[in-house]
Design a protein around this ligand. Sequence first.
Ligand code: GLU
Length: 613
Amino acid sequence: MTAEGAVASPVQELLDELHARVQTVTDGEVATYIPALGKADPALFGLALATQDGHVYSAGDAATPFTVQSVSKPFVYALALHDRGLNAVLERVGVEPTGEGFDAIRLEPDTGRPLNPMVNAGAIVTASLVTGDDYGQRFQRIIDGLSAFAGRELRLDHGVLASEERTGDHNRALGYLLRNAGALEGDVDEAVGVYFRQCSVVVTARDLAVMAVTLAAGGVNPVTGERVVGADTCEHVLAVMATSGTYDFAGEWLLRAGLPAKSGVSGGLMAALPSQLGIGVYSPPLDRRGTSVRAIAACQELSSRFGLHLMRPVNRTTPVLHRFLRGDALGSQRTRRHAEREILRREARAIAVCELQGDLGFAAADVAVRAVSDDLAGVRWLVLDLHRVPRTEPVAVELLDSFAAELRGLGVTTVVSTEPGRTPLAAAETAFGTLDEALEWCEDALIAAACAAAPDGRLDLDAAVPLSEQDLLRDLPADMLDVLTPLLAERSLEPGQALFEPGAALDETLYFVVSGSLALQRLDGDAPEPLRLASMGPGTAVTGLTVADDRGAYRVVAEEPTVCRVLPAAAVKALDDDHPQVVEALHWAMARSLAARLRRADAQNQALIGSVP
Ligand code: GLU
């Protein structure tokens, strides 16, 4: 059997099945106090679920239009917060649950503020805080804002608006009370008129799901990609929805469904789970507290089936510490002369490599910092590798940064390896695009420090490496070196100049690096930059074999001004007649060097395999 085209999503199947079951619930009454709403068909039931990446699942009457009513309130609150800032809005509208219905008449005794923006009194004041020179402009801003949340142009239902205006005396009375208490400024009819209009905007259950997920996603509509409001604003709106979104049912709602939500008298409800999804429901029959009966049933079941409760602990499945190794187990891909290798063999434990993985928030960064600081004995260089960290919260950057600053005080240098252009730590010494380059930098620093600490030692890093100290030649007796020396030519390379281009003709010419540095690069078809695989320092040797492969994708280039001594293949051939023992010694030296490198590569592989839990 093959999967041709799209395979039915299990989420869609679950949603359809749930919809069919909840459809059979027939409790509740359609609201009639706004006469136009009373005409709604009680059998209508639409359900939609929008994901953080912008996919919308829907079932039943998810495309049926209805007026948004109170479900508009959180979005208009978001616009007011965006336009005025949290403190200015808080001065005018509180955030305490009322424990009363949507039309509660209670205002805060000493300030006259309405208790929260989810009840009508609070919503009337909130609408008056949206930017605009007059109420016409304010309503335009509101309908544009609601449209941006929904990702399509919304319009008004003039029939419902007229019906609400005719029967809206309770809300007008609230307006006068608010003005009398000093909570509302200007013309009451105009202020209440904007509120009526925002309630009469037409949406669908699908729209509500998209609007909800825009809040859940921190203010960017994932379907259109448009940023509507800031992430802080969404945080504030969701908090108020959680405590007051379903009026005097808010406590039990949060307990059972565990989702910040807002209900409306036409039977709409939207719920949002931060960073995950938005739900939109439409079903006109309401319970005695004004919330859609089927919406409650559907959301509670979705929440328990999908594990959506906000208070549910989220367990991290992968440990934040991917690997934590010392420099003796994990070395860079730089080929170094014997004396440098000796220093690293003795002291490489002073380098520690910490590879982190997964998103870094407060808890993960804290765990990582504690795990690393518990195991830093003798460490002087710390590489923090963030290639497996897709996202860092500001708090994680702050924690890692102050950790790096503290380490600096203790004489430990922190370097970061991460994607180019992303340097999250100010206290890090430097940042590299690859872990290998970061490691190589630490090894260089360690070797330089070791040489500086023992200046009378044999290793002068700045001096050209003579033939007698070249890795391949250091075990050769002096008379053999004397035979080789006159055969060697010198070749200088500018930075960027290639020693071997891809597909170079294979010969056995030997290049001894006297000073500078060579890099082995791989050129991958579509990659903009060649990949740096390894490097070769003074005292090491390279031949055309390094780049010999079928694909012809490798090259060797100088990374800095570099000088090589060259032993041409023809010269080696000629030697074979007069000094076969020199050629044999050379071949043995090459074989030994290769064997030693294989042993090192094998040890490194073992350390890497053993280090992953
Ligand atoms: N427009 C309605 C009113 O003010 C909204 C109430 C609601 O949806 O809860 O009466």
